[in-house]
Design a protein. Structure first.
Length: 170
């Protein structure tokens, strides 16, 4: 195995789409992924055998999202709906696609979740009806926002709760 030093001038930006080689346009593979760290960098290598260019791929600062809004709704058996959302700080600047993928990977039947188990407020109607009311909510979307944060946990901590690696705060 040979060791090759990557020149610091070989820095390029990447986003939520597959990265391509800045020299030849071919797809790349990730050799080292540090996108979960403050540096948000990956070492990539071109898959074209004639090129094999290695470079740093950094997140474009314009793509960094400091706050995200999780939107969801409660729908009772009579199809009455209550909408809710929670705004999280995103100091790690986790990409929206990664946040959504993690959430969707832990939904019941691809769309439902129990907000209590995830430490989220459960929307409830004033008049509780045993026949119509249940504990599940529907995931709508995750979106960037500039609204004030109303969660005591960051989005990274929330994802740990979703994945079952951390208990929600009571």
């Amino acid at each position: 195995m040979t060791t090759q030093q990557i020149d610091d001038s070989s820095r390029f930006f990447h986003g939520d789409q597959p990265t391509t080689c800045p020299l030849c346009g071919a797809r790349t593979e990730i050799l080292l992924d540090l996108s979960h760290t403050i540096s948000q960098v990956q070492v990539q290598k071109c898959l074209d055998k004639n090129c094999s260019f290695e470079f740093f791929a950094e997140v474009n600062e314009d793509d960094l999202i400091p706050k995200v809004e999780l939107c969801y709704l409660y729908r009772d058996a009579s199809n009455y709906k209550l909408f809710n959302s929670v705004v999280f700080e995103n100091p790690e600047c986790i990409p929206l696609a990664q946040i959504e993928s993690t959430i969707r990977g832990h939904l019941i039947d691809g769309e439902f979740f129990n907000p209590i188990k995830w430490g989220l407020p459960k929307p409830e109607f004033d008049d509780f009806n045993v026949e119509d009311d249940h504990d599940w909510c529907e995931f709508e979307k995750i979106a960037p926002t500039e609204m004030e944060t109303d969660s005591e946990v960051t989005i990274a901590e929330f994802l740990e709760i979703v994945e079952g690696r951390k208990l929600p705060q009571t």
